[in-house]
Design a protein around this ligand. Structure first.
Ligand SMILES: C[S@@+](CC[C@H](N)C(=O)[O-])C[C@H]1O[C@@H](n2cnc3c(N)ncnc32)[C@H](O)[C@@H]1O
Length: 328
Protein backbone atom coordinates (compact mmCIF):
# COMPACT_ATOMS: atom_id res chain seq x y z
CA UNK A 1 0.00 0.00 0.00
CA UNK A 2 1.26 3.52 -0.81
CA UNK A 3 1.99 5.90 2.07
CA UNK A 4 -0.93 7.86 3.44
CA UNK A 5 -1.17 11.49 2.47
CA UNK A 6 -2.73 13.85 5.00
CA UNK A 7 -3.96 16.97 3.30
CA UNK A 8 -6.24 18.91 5.62
CA UNK A 9 -7.96 21.81 3.87
CA UNK A 10 -10.39 24.31 5.33
CA UNK A 11 -14.03 23.37 5.14
CA UNK A 12 -15.75 26.28 3.41
CA UNK A 13 -19.39 26.53 4.57
CA UNK A 14 -21.90 26.75 1.71
CA UNK A 15 -24.90 29.04 1.16
CA UNK A 16 -24.27 30.97 4.40
CA UNK A 17 -25.99 34.28 3.46
CA UNK A 18 -28.90 32.32 1.99
CA UNK A 19 -29.29 30.19 5.14
CA UNK A 20 -29.27 33.31 7.32
CA UNK A 21 -31.72 35.19 5.10
CA UNK A 22 -34.22 32.32 4.94
CA UNK A 23 -34.06 31.15 8.56
CA UNK A 24 -33.71 34.69 9.94
CA UNK A 25 -32.25 33.82 13.37
CA UNK A 26 -33.17 36.46 15.96
CA UNK A 27 -31.36 37.66 19.10
CA UNK A 28 -32.16 35.40 22.04
CA UNK A 29 -33.39 32.45 19.99
CA UNK A 30 -32.52 28.77 20.49
CA UNK A 31 -30.87 27.18 17.43
CA UNK A 32 -29.67 23.65 16.72
CA UNK A 33 -26.79 23.06 14.30
CA UNK A 34 -27.21 19.34 13.58
CA UNK A 35 -24.01 18.99 11.54
CA UNK A 36 -21.38 21.17 13.23
CA UNK A 37 -18.38 20.04 11.12
CA UNK A 38 -15.87 22.90 11.28
CA UNK A 39 -18.45 25.31 12.65
CA UNK A 40 -18.73 27.68 9.68
CA UNK A 41 -22.52 27.89 9.81
CA UNK A 42 -22.46 27.81 13.62
CA UNK A 43 -20.27 30.90 13.74
CA UNK A 44 -22.65 32.82 11.44
CA UNK A 45 -25.80 31.76 13.31
CA UNK A 46 -24.18 32.47 16.71
CA UNK A 47 -23.49 36.04 15.59
CA UNK A 48 -27.20 36.46 14.81
CA UNK A 49 -28.67 35.00 18.00
CA UNK A 50 -26.08 36.84 20.11
CA UNK A 51 -25.21 36.57 23.82
CA UNK A 52 -28.82 35.97 24.88
CA UNK A 53 -29.25 33.15 22.35
CA UNK A 54 -28.28 29.49 22.70
CA UNK A 55 -26.76 27.24 20.05
CA UNK A 56 -26.73 23.46 20.44
CA UNK A 57 -24.03 22.02 18.17
CA UNK A 58 -24.26 18.36 17.14
CA UNK A 59 -21.94 16.08 15.19
CA UNK A 60 -21.13 12.40 15.38
CA UNK A 61 -17.51 12.85 14.36
CA UNK A 62 -15.07 13.18 17.29
CA UNK A 63 -12.96 15.65 15.27
CA UNK A 64 -15.95 18.03 15.28
CA UNK A 65 -15.99 17.89 19.08
CA UNK A 66 -12.33 18.97 19.08
CA UNK A 67 -13.11 21.75 16.64
CA UNK A 68 -16.00 22.93 18.84
CA UNK A 69 -13.64 23.16 21.83
CA UNK A 70 -11.35 25.42 19.77
CA UNK A 71 -14.13 27.58 18.37
CA UNK A 72 -16.33 27.93 21.46
CA UNK A 73 -14.55 31.03 22.88
CA UNK A 74 -15.20 32.82 19.56
CA UNK A 75 -18.92 32.01 19.40
CA UNK A 76 -20.88 35.03 20.54
CA UNK A 77 -23.73 33.09 22.20
CA UNK A 78 -24.29 30.36 24.79
CA UNK A 79 -23.15 27.17 23.08
CA UNK A 80 -22.83 23.49 23.90
CA UNK A 81 -21.76 20.45 21.92
CA UNK A 82 -23.55 17.10 21.80
CA UNK A 83 -21.71 14.27 20.11
CA UNK A 84 -23.99 11.77 18.39
CA UNK A 85 -26.36 11.13 15.54
CA UNK A 86 -28.51 14.22 15.05
CA UNK A 87 -31.62 12.01 14.89
CA UNK A 88 -30.95 10.74 18.43
CA UNK A 89 -30.12 14.21 19.76
CA UNK A 90 -33.24 15.74 18.19
CA UNK A 91 -35.41 12.95 19.61
CA UNK A 92 -33.96 13.70 23.05
CA UNK A 93 -34.77 17.40 22.59
CA UNK A 94 -38.37 16.45 21.79
CA UNK A 95 -38.53 14.27 24.92
CA UNK A 96 -37.09 17.13 27.02
CA UNK A 97 -39.62 19.60 25.62
CA UNK A 98 -36.94 21.91 24.17
CA UNK A 99 -38.51 24.08 21.49
CA UNK A 100 -35.79 25.41 19.14
CA UNK A 101 -36.59 28.36 16.89
CA UNK A 102 -34.12 27.31 14.19
CA UNK A 103 -32.87 23.83 13.28
CA UNK A 104 -30.51 23.33 10.36
CA UNK A 105 -28.74 20.39 8.74
CA UNK A 106 -25.84 20.61 6.29
CA UNK A 107 -25.70 16.99 5.17
CA UNK A 108 -22.90 14.71 4.03
CA UNK A 109 -19.20 14.86 4.81
CA UNK A 110 -17.03 17.91 5.42
CA UNK A 111 -13.92 18.79 3.43
CA UNK A 112 -11.88 17.97 6.53
CA UNK A 113 -13.27 14.43 6.55
CA UNK A 114 -12.81 14.02 2.78
CA UNK A 115 -9.27 15.35 2.85
CA UNK A 116 -8.12 13.39 5.91
CA UNK A 117 -6.71 10.56 3.79
CA UNK A 118 -6.72 7.99 6.58
CA UNK A 119 -10.52 8.27 7.05
CA UNK A 120 -10.99 6.44 3.74
CA UNK A 121 -13.82 8.69 2.44
CA UNK A 122 -12.03 9.71 -0.74
CA UNK A 123 -11.19 7.80 -3.91
CA UNK A 124 -8.32 10.28 -4.40
CA UNK A 125 -6.15 8.97 -1.54
CA UNK A 126 -4.92 5.51 -0.66
CA UNK A 127 -6.14 4.50 2.79
CA UNK A 128 -7.67 1.59 4.68
CA UNK A 129 -11.38 1.10 3.91
CA UNK A 130 -13.16 2.96 6.72
CA UNK A 131 -15.62 5.80 5.86
CA UNK A 132 -17.10 6.03 9.39
CA UNK A 133 -18.16 9.50 10.54
CA UNK A 134 -18.52 8.15 14.07
CA UNK A 135 -15.21 6.37 14.51
CA UNK A 136 -16.56 4.41 17.49
CA UNK A 137 -19.28 2.60 15.53
CA UNK A 138 -18.46 -1.01 14.67
CA UNK A 139 -19.61 -1.02 11.00
CA UNK A 140 -17.00 0.29 8.55
CA UNK A 141 -16.45 0.11 4.80
CA UNK A 142 -14.09 -2.83 5.42
CA UNK A 143 -17.04 -4.97 6.53
CA UNK A 144 -19.46 -3.71 3.86
CA UNK A 145 -16.96 -4.34 1.05
CA UNK A 146 -15.66 -7.68 2.29
CA UNK A 147 -18.52 -9.32 4.17
CA UNK A 148 -21.83 -8.20 2.72
CA UNK A 149 -23.37 -10.69 0.27
CA UNK A 150 -23.08 -9.60 -3.38
CA UNK A 151 -26.80 -8.78 -3.70
CA UNK A 152 -26.77 -6.54 -0.59
CA UNK A 153 -23.60 -4.78 -1.75
CA UNK A 154 -25.07 -4.30 -5.22
CA UNK A 155 -28.31 -2.91 -3.74
CA UNK A 156 -26.37 -0.37 -1.63
CA UNK A 157 -24.22 0.77 -4.57
CA UNK A 158 -27.29 1.04 -6.80
CA UNK A 159 -29.71 2.63 -4.32
CA UNK A 160 -27.37 4.93 -2.41
CA UNK A 161 -24.82 5.64 -5.16
CA UNK A 162 -27.38 5.65 -8.02
CA UNK A 163 -24.71 3.67 -9.91
CA UNK A 164 -25.99 1.98 -13.06
CA UNK A 165 -23.09 -0.50 -13.16
CA UNK A 166 -23.76 -1.65 -9.58
CA UNK A 167 -24.20 -5.32 -10.51
CA UNK A 168 -20.83 -5.70 -12.30
CA UNK A 169 -19.04 -3.57 -9.68
CA UNK A 170 -20.39 -5.69 -6.81
CA UNK A 171 -19.47 -8.89 -8.68
CA UNK A 172 -15.92 -7.65 -9.31
CA UNK A 173 -15.50 -6.60 -5.67
CA UNK A 174 -16.62 -10.07 -4.52
CA UNK A 175 -14.21 -11.73 -7.00
CA UNK A 176 -11.27 -9.70 -5.62
CA UNK A 177 -11.98 -10.15 -1.89
CA UNK A 178 -10.37 -9.43 0.47
CA UNK A 179 -9.94 -5.72 -0.37
CA UNK A 180 -8.17 -3.61 2.22
CA UNK A 181 -7.70 -0.15 0.76
CA UNK A 182 -9.53 2.59 -1.10
CA UNK A 183 -7.09 2.12 -4.03
CA UNK A 184 -8.05 -1.56 -4.29
CA UNK A 185 -11.71 -0.54 -4.33
CA UNK A 186 -11.03 2.02 -7.09
CA UNK A 187 -9.19 -0.67 -9.11
CA UNK A 188 -12.12 -3.09 -8.73
CA UNK A 189 -14.53 -0.41 -10.01
CA UNK A 190 -12.26 0.45 -12.95
CA UNK A 191 -12.07 -3.23 -13.92
CA UNK A 192 -15.85 -3.65 -13.72
CA UNK A 193 -17.10 -0.70 -15.78
CA UNK A 194 -17.04 -0.18 -19.57
CA UNK A 195 -14.12 1.91 -20.99
CA UNK A 196 -16.38 4.84 -21.91
CA UNK A 197 -17.40 5.10 -18.22
CA UNK A 198 -13.85 4.54 -16.99
CA UNK A 199 -12.54 7.49 -19.01
CA UNK A 200 -15.74 9.57 -19.04
CA UNK A 201 -16.68 12.71 -17.11
CA UNK A 202 -16.23 12.41 -13.37
CA UNK A 203 -14.39 9.76 -11.42
CA UNK A 204 -15.68 6.24 -12.19
CA UNK A 205 -15.65 5.28 -8.48
CA UNK A 206 -17.48 8.39 -7.23
CA UNK A 207 -20.92 6.77 -7.08
CA UNK A 208 -19.62 3.51 -5.60
CA UNK A 209 -17.87 5.42 -2.81
CA UNK A 210 -21.03 7.47 -2.16
CA UNK A 211 -23.17 4.31 -1.99
CA UNK A 212 -20.83 2.53 0.42
CA UNK A 213 -20.41 5.66 2.59
CA UNK A 214 -24.18 6.14 2.89
CA UNK A 215 -24.59 2.45 3.81
CA UNK A 216 -21.80 2.59 6.42
CA UNK A 217 -23.22 5.70 8.10
CA UNK A 218 -26.91 4.82 7.56
CA UNK A 219 -27.30 8.36 6.31
CA UNK A 220 -30.79 8.11 4.85
CA UNK A 221 -32.23 6.49 7.99
CA UNK A 222 -30.74 9.30 10.09
CA UNK A 223 -32.09 11.90 7.70
CA UNK A 224 -35.66 10.52 7.78
CA UNK A 225 -35.67 10.20 11.56
CA UNK A 226 -33.90 13.55 11.97
CA UNK A 227 -36.42 15.42 9.80
CA UNK A 228 -39.34 14.01 11.80
CA UNK A 229 -37.76 14.82 15.16
CA UNK A 230 -36.61 18.29 14.06
CA UNK A 231 -40.11 19.13 12.91
CA UNK A 232 -41.67 17.85 16.10
CA UNK A 233 -39.18 19.74 18.26
CA UNK A 234 -39.50 23.11 16.49
CA UNK A 235 -41.35 25.90 18.31
CA UNK A 236 -44.31 27.49 16.52
CA UNK A 237 -42.90 29.84 13.89
CA UNK A 238 -39.64 27.84 14.00
CA UNK A 239 -37.60 27.37 10.83
CA UNK A 240 -36.12 24.14 9.53
CA UNK A 241 -33.36 24.37 6.90
CA UNK A 242 -31.63 21.53 5.09
CA UNK A 243 -28.67 21.67 2.71
CA UNK A 244 -28.36 18.47 0.65
CA UNK A 245 -25.62 17.55 -1.78
CA UNK A 246 -27.23 14.86 -3.89
CA UNK A 247 -30.66 14.15 -5.31
CA UNK A 248 -31.33 11.14 -3.06
CA UNK A 249 -31.29 13.38 0.01
CA UNK A 250 -32.80 16.44 -1.64
CA UNK A 251 -35.80 14.44 -2.91
CA UNK A 252 -36.51 13.15 0.61
CA UNK A 253 -36.27 16.67 2.09
CA UNK A 254 -38.46 18.14 -0.65
CA UNK A 255 -41.14 15.46 -0.15
CA UNK A 256 -41.07 15.76 3.64
CA UNK A 257 -41.47 19.55 3.63
CA UNK A 258 -44.09 19.50 0.86
CA UNK A 259 -46.16 17.03 2.92
CA UNK A 260 -46.00 19.35 5.94
CA UNK A 261 -47.08 22.29 3.76
CA UNK A 262 -50.04 20.45 2.21
CA UNK A 263 -53.50 21.65 3.18
CA UNK A 264 -56.29 19.63 1.66
CA UNK A 265 -55.68 15.89 1.50
CA UNK A 266 -59.06 14.94 0.00
CA UNK A 267 -59.05 12.47 -2.90
CA UNK A 268 -58.42 14.46 -6.12
CA UNK A 269 -61.87 13.61 -7.58
CA UNK A 270 -63.78 15.38 -4.74
CA UNK A 271 -65.11 18.70 -6.10
CA UNK A 272 -64.97 20.44 -2.66
CA UNK A 273 -62.62 20.06 0.24
CA UNK A 274 -64.11 17.98 3.06
CA UNK A 275 -61.02 17.01 5.04
CA UNK A 276 -60.35 20.30 6.81
CA UNK A 277 -56.70 19.29 6.98
CA UNK A 278 -54.43 22.14 8.03
CA UNK A 279 -51.01 22.84 6.54
CA UNK A 280 -48.37 22.68 9.27
CA UNK A 281 -45.69 24.48 7.29
CA UNK A 282 -45.06 27.35 4.96
CA UNK A 283 -42.32 26.72 2.40
CA UNK A 284 -40.01 29.71 2.84
CA UNK A 285 -38.28 28.79 -0.42
CA UNK A 286 -40.65 27.38 -3.05
CA UNK A 287 -37.71 25.91 -4.97
CA UNK A 288 -34.36 24.65 -3.76
CA UNK A 289 -31.87 27.50 -3.40
CA UNK A 290 -28.59 26.89 -5.25
CA UNK A 291 -25.18 28.53 -4.83
CA UNK A 292 -24.43 31.50 -7.06
CA UNK A 293 -21.90 31.20 -9.89
CA UNK A 294 -19.50 33.28 -7.78
CA UNK A 295 -19.78 30.85 -4.85
CA UNK A 296 -19.22 27.85 -7.13
CA UNK A 297 -16.15 29.55 -8.61
CA UNK A 298 -14.72 30.23 -5.15
CA UNK A 299 -15.72 26.81 -3.78
CA UNK A 300 -16.34 24.18 -6.51
CA UNK A 301 -17.48 21.66 -3.85
CA UNK A 302 -20.56 23.83 -3.30
CA UNK A 303 -21.85 23.22 -6.83
CA UNK A 304 -24.31 20.43 -5.96
CA UNK A 305 -25.65 22.07 -2.75
CA UNK A 306 -29.43 22.59 -2.52
CA UNK A 307 -31.04 24.49 0.37
CA UNK A 308 -34.69 24.10 1.38
CA UNK A 309 -36.35 25.96 4.26
CA UNK A 310 -39.80 25.66 5.85
CA UNK A 311 -41.47 27.59 8.67
CA UNK A 312 -43.66 25.82 11.20
CA UNK A 313 -47.04 27.49 11.31
CA UNK A 314 -48.12 28.67 14.72
CA UNK A 315 -51.79 27.69 14.51
CA UNK A 316 -53.01 31.08 13.28
CA UNK A 317 -53.40 29.84 9.69
CA UNK A 318 -56.57 29.47 7.65
CA UNK A 319 -59.06 27.03 9.19
CA UNK A 320 -60.48 24.07 7.28
CA UNK A 321 -63.94 25.65 7.32
CA UNK A 322 -62.63 28.92 5.88
CA UNK A 323 -60.80 27.03 3.17
CA UNK A 324 -63.75 24.81 2.26
CA UNK A 325 -64.92 25.67 -1.23
CA UNK A 326 -64.54 24.64 -4.86
CA UNK A 327 -61.23 22.94 -5.56
CA UNK A 328 -59.14 24.55 -8.27
C1 LIG B 1 -21.06 19.11 5.34
S1 LIG B 1 -20.40 18.89 6.93
C2 LIG B 1 -21.03 20.26 7.84
C3 LIG B 1 -20.14 21.46 7.76
C4 LIG B 1 -20.56 22.58 8.68
N1 LIG B 1 -21.87 23.10 8.39
C5 LIG B 1 -19.54 23.72 8.66
O1 LIG B 1 -19.93 24.87 8.38
O2 LIG B 1 -18.37 23.45 8.90
C6 LIG B 1 -21.38 17.62 7.57
C7 LIG B 1 -21.07 17.22 9.00
O3 LIG B 1 -22.20 16.53 9.48
C8 LIG B 1 -21.80 15.41 10.23
N2 LIG B 1 -22.91 14.46 10.13
C9 LIG B 1 -23.40 13.88 9.01
N3 LIG B 1 -24.44 13.10 9.32
C10 LIG B 1 -24.62 13.20 10.66
C11 LIG B 1 -25.56 12.63 11.59
N4 LIG B 1 -26.51 11.79 11.19
N5 LIG B 1 -25.47 12.98 12.88
C12 LIG B 1 -24.51 13.85 13.31
N6 LIG B 1 -23.59 14.40 12.50
C13 LIG B 1 -23.65 14.07 11.18
C14 LIG B 1 -20.51 14.96 9.60
O4 LIG B 1 -19.73 14.26 10.54
C15 LIG B 1 -19.88 16.28 9.16
O5 LIG B 1 -19.02 16.79 10.15
Amino acid sequence: MATLTYMPTEHVPVLVPELLALTDPQPGELAVDCTFGSGGHARAVAARIGPTGTLICVDRDPSAAARFAELEPELCCEARFERGDFADVLERLVADGAAPNVVYLDLGVSSLQLDAAERGFSYSYDAPLDMRMDTSQPLSAMEVVNEWPADRLQAAIRAFGEERHARSIAAEICRRRPLETTSELVEAVRAAVPPAYRFGRGHPAKRTFQGIRIAVNRELESLDRGLRAAWEALAPDGRLAVIAFHSLEDRRVKRYLADRARGCICPPDLPVCRCGHEPEAELVSRRAVKPSEGEIERNPRSSSARLRVARKLGGAGVTGAEREGPRG
